[in-house]
Write a protein that binds this ligand. Structure first.
Ligand code: IPE
Ligand code: IPE
Ligand code: MG
Length: 249
């Protein structure tokens, strides 16, 4: 842990009770920009640096996995200019940040259907996944063109194909089979989900994986979500009694 982190860390945080996997719905970039009289794309730009800070903070704290929702299957419905800006932003960020991610031992993984994305972006994504695949410092899943329903449909198709080919039998399909066919097969389920900007919905994010995740919603808009805000979310998480449907102890 860095000396700088030790001086800024909230005294209320219990470092031995941290979530292992945090998922985040980074919402409110547009409203942040609007409040400041800026174009929406400025909000996305600022949102990207918030994500970078959060990833570093996770690594410093020893939170093993961060999964961030960057672009949903429904976000194609936004104005073409905003969609194009986001695609270009993702590509530029990957080019710019790859060296630092390698140095920081980040293992980046993209979840979602990458096939409709611009070819040059897909190339950067594959390249960054390949270059960081052996890193163990922090696992960073970025959901781009991700939709939970689409993910489940794809999983069903793949499982059905295996049944058709006689590789597995229908009666052998269990929860583990389904989990293994999702984009997130390599990660444990999130312990904590954070959604910024006050919306109380999942917006098609990780519907299967969030079955027993603790949910934290804050009114703070994503570009303003700093380490202090994150500490608050972690403190709230530590107050929760995770019963998993079992008897209260
Ligand atoms: C989240 O911020 C970023 C993406 C969905 C890409 P929004 O762009 O949804 O911001 P609001 O919700 O309009 O404020
Ligand atoms: C969810 O935010 C998707 C991402 C953060 C990438 P949206 O802004 O798209 O969600 P809704 O439209 O408010 O449900
Ligand atoms: Mg939004």
């Amino acid at each position: 842990m860095t000396a700088q982190l030790l001086t800024t860390l909230s005294a209320n945080l219990n470092l031995v009770k941290l979530p292992q996997h945090v998922a985040v719905i980074m919402d409110g970039n547009g409203r942040w920009a609007k409040q400041k009289g800026l174009p929406r794309i400025e909000g996305h730009r600022r949102g990207a640096s918030t994500l970078k800070e959060m990833l570093r903070y996770c690594k410093d704290l020893g939170i093993k996995t961060l999964t961030a929702y960057a672009f949903s299957t429904e976000n194609w419905g936004r104005p073409i200019g905003e969609v194009n800006f986001l695609m270009t932003l993702f590509e530029r960020l990957l080019q710019k940040e790859l060296k630092e991610m390698e140095a920081e031992e980040v293992c980046i993984n993209f979840i979602g259907d990458l096939s409709p994305l611009p070819r040059s972006l897909q190339q950067e994504m594959r390249h960054s996944m390949e270059r960081t695949k052996n890193n163990q410092g922090v696992f960073f899943n970025v959901a781009i063109n991700y939709g939970s329903r689409h993910e489940m449909v794809t999983a069903c198709r793949n499982i059905a194909q295996k049944v058709q080919q006689g590789r597995i039998s229908a009666s052998d399909i269990d929860e583990n089979t389904i989990a293994q066919h999702l984009y997130t097969s390599a990660s444990p389920d999130p312990d904590l989900l954070i959604r910024t900007s006050g919306e109380m919905r999942l917006s098609n994010f990780l519907l299967w994986q969030l079955a027993y995740t603790e949910i934290y919603v804050t009114d703070t808009l994503w570009p303003d979500f700093d380490s202090e805000q994150f500490d608050r979310a972690l403190e709230a998480y530590q107050q929760r009694d995770r019963r998993f449907g079992k008897k209260v102890s």
